[in-house]
Design a protein around this ligand. Structure first.
Ligand code: AMP
Ligand code: MG
Length: 435
């Protein structure tokens, strides 16, 4: 038995009778807590455990000793709790830091880079950790909804010979795999199409990495590493998948407000249930409306962020923008049969400047058309050989699908200033050296 090794002790040694936030009535208690802050003058200590933060007045001779311990000491305390007073009967130090943490996380720092650098500490902040808890429940209900609709969850690949080419401004990350250049997943589009041929209704919770332009750090909406809830549905139309997304948003928001209103409202009092159907307008109409609102846009280019914001304000709700010019997008969208200058695709724009949260469409599945579109994009066909070979032999079905930005939706529901707070270890555009 290794001496002094905690793991050689019985786990029951530290079994707690209460979490901090469950302490309400006078009671004998055993708690396992971290020491966050102390103020010897006022005899108070702020403690933390998984339930949250609690400031307690510390009484008793044994209690005095706690004030000598450094911040972030992990403690097992037995005592009498009574109306925010804790009379300490006994305590044990489970882990004593050699040095105090470099930051105090009780308040968040305004500096994004500092937040990212010390994210392992700031994640303890009550506000940030609640945003992440909200994300957990959001994914929970999104999965619950998709399972109920017959979708199966698959695990996405991390590396590919080629990832999504339609990134518009962001760069893909390369890696070396057995001496060959590979790409880290920037989107799972081709894998979605390939697996929809097997299961028809699939989804991934897929991590994506993209070197976003440095300036994107200040958009509030861009991370260099983010997550898409990525669905694909074989034989479905864009109308089917748009309605699926609307139902999902309604389901998730209703569940969150029904079961976790305390968390939601602690973050964002103004959040209300999504009420689909949302207006649908064409890209051309969106361009015209936003031009009238004073935002210059060039046909064939993305709507600017300001134009997107103005558009969602104009409608006062999330709004679908459909049929983007084919030249502005990746090769994998099906052209509009009535006018092949446009794709059968769509974006969902959130109100109040939160921007695009869903991107999707009907997919090109015909071998010859795929070849045509890839050639037009100027990329070598060989790069896509696994996908093209599959399509040639009937391996890619007609399908529609979308990707929903998990951190973007989290940010919107939480009403957070920056998307960095919707990730546990945010990778910011242009910033290296963070965990
Ligand atoms: P895209 O394929 O670029 O349209 O991305 C699909 C979805 O992922 C978008 O609608 C956003 O919700 C989300 N997304 C895209 N890029 C980022 C990013 N850099 N950071 C966070 N979310 C993103
Ligand atoms: Mg997009």
């Amino acid at each position: 038995m290794a001496e002094g090794c905690l793991l050689t002790y019985s786990k029951y040694l530290y079994s707690r009778t209460h979490y901090l936030l469950d302490l309400k009535e006078k009671t004998e208690t055993s708690i396992v807590v971290w020491l966050v802050e102390k103020d010897e003058k006022s005899k108070s200590i702020v403690f933390r455990d998984p339930s949250g933060f609690r400031e307690l007045k510390i009484y008793g001779d044994k209690g005095e000793e706690l004030f000598k311990l450094p911040r972030e000491t992990l403690l097992y305390i037995r005592g009498l709790y009574d109306g925010d007073i804790l009379r300490v009967e006994n305590y044990e130090v489970i882990l004593k830091p050699i040095e105090e943490p470099p930051v105090s996380y009780v308040e968040l720092d305004e500096d994004l880079v500092k937040l990212a650098k010390y994210s392992p500490w700031y994640l303890r902040n009550a506000y940030w950790s609640n945003i992440i808890k909200l994300q957990h429940y959001m994914l929970w209900y999104a999965r619950e909804f998709l399972y109920s609709k017959g979708f199966i969850e698959l695990l996405p690949p991390m590396i590919s010979v080629v990832s999504d080419p339609g990134l518009r401004g962001a760069k893909k990350l390369k890696t070396i795999f057995y001496g060959k250049e590979y790409e880290l997943t920037s989107s799972t589009i081709m894998y979605k199409q390939a697996t929809a041929a097997v299961y028809e209704k699939i989804f991934f919770v897929a991590r994506n990495v993209r070197e976003e332009p440095k300036e994107h750090i200040s958009t509030g909406r861009h991370l260099a590493e983010f997550t898409q809830l990525d669905i694909e549905w074989a034989l479905a139309s864009i109308d089917d998948v748009i309605r699926l997304a609307e139902e999902l948003l309604k389901y998730v928001s209703r569940k969150l407000l029904g079961k976790h209103q305390d968390i939601v409202f602690s973050l964002n009092k103004n959040f209300t249930e999504f009420k689909p159907p949302f207006p649908r307008i064409s890209y051309d109409d969106a361009l015209e409306i936003t031009r009238k609102l004073g935002y210059d846009g060039k046909w064939g280019q993305e709507l600017s962020q300001q134009a997107e914001t103005a558009l969602a304000e104009y409608y006062g709700s999330p709004v679908w923008v459909l049929k983007f010019p084919a030249i502005s997008r990746g090769f994998y969208y099906l052209p509009d049969p009535h006018d092949p200058r446009y794709n059968l695709d769509f974006n969902l724009i959130l109100p109040k400047g939160y921007g695009e949260v869903i991107d999707g469409g009907a997919r090109e599945y015909r071998y010859d058309k795929l070849v045509e579109r890839i050639k037009l994009s100027g990329e070598p066909l060989e790069k896509y050989s696994w996908f093209l070979d599959l399509a040639k032999s009937g391996g890619i079905p007609p399908s529609s699908g979308w990707g929903l930005g998990v951190e973007r939706l989290t940010r919107y529901i939480a009403g957070a200033k920056h998307i960095a707070l919707a990730a546990i270890f945010p990778k910011l555009p242009g910033i290296t050296g963070t965990p």
